[in-house]
Design a protein around this ligand. Structure first.
Ligand SMILES: Cc1cc2nc3c(=O)[nH]c(=O)nc-3n(C[C@H](O)[C@H](O)[C@H](O)COP(=O)(O)O)c2cc1C
Length: 188
């Protein structure tokens, strides 16, 4: 039974893990179809499954479905316009009381974000990561629009919806960026 503490999670998405990693692409156009609650909670759970420094899990997730708030977030940054057409936005913020070392807090939030992007893709949704620095106009917009307390620092917003565009990932392996044993070392 689904409860607030124990959401009914989707356990299989039918997409192989490596296939998800190698086919995920940023999706910035969405249909008007809403994102089902079970899909959303499965994506959130993927975030909660991420590793974190000292296992502090400083991430906090603010789920935004209201059109007016999505519009405000869309206007908050230079490259965030797609949020106006998203079914849902997930603002990923770090609790600076939980992880006081800011670089680690941002890394923790970032791995949660990547887990969620992959989960969204595996579930057939489209998503894109909107990142910003702190301070920045987008960080201020998140803080004001969502009423974030001072110790909670916004790190990124995920824009999610049912895809209205197709995107393909080209092969990306780049041997020139791989070094063996030492900087400049060649493959055996
Ligand atoms: C830290 C970070 C910040 C990003 N910020 C934005 C953004 O503000 N707006 C946007 O449209 N895409 C943003 N992206 C998505 C990148 O543009 C995208 O990942 C990149 O072009 C590669 O394309 P792909 O996601 O399809 O592989 C961001 C990605 C990362 C990792």
């Amino acid at each position: 039974m689904r409860t607030k503490q124990n959401p009914e999670l989707i356990e299989h998405c039918g997409m192989d893990l490596l296939q998800a990693i190698t086919t995920r692409s940023s999706i910035r156009r969405y249909t008007s179809e809403p994102v089902d609650e079970a899909l959303l909670q499965t994506i959130l759970n993927a975030g909660f499954c991420a590793p974190s420094a000292d296992e502090l899990r400083p991430w906090r997730f603010i789920v935004v479905r209201e059109r007016a708030t999505l519009g405000t977030l869309a206007r908050g940054g230079m490259w965030t316009g797609m949020l106006a057409g998203a079914a849902v936005g997930i603002v990923i913020a770090g609790d600076t009381r939980a992880q006081r070392k800011e670089p680690l807090m941002i890394e923790d939030c970032s791995v949660a974000a990547q887990n969620m992007l992959l989960a969204a893709h595996g579930l057939g949704l489209g998503a894109v990561w909107c990142g910003f620095t702190h301070p920045s106009p987008m960080a201020d917009t998140c803080r004001q629009a969502l009423g974030l307390p001072g110790h909670v620092q916004p790190v990124a917003v995920l824009s999610i919806g049912h895809p209205a565009q197709q995107a393909y990932q080209r092969p990306r392996y780049d041997a020139a960026k791989v070094h063996h044993e030492r900087w400049g070392g060649q493959a055996p």
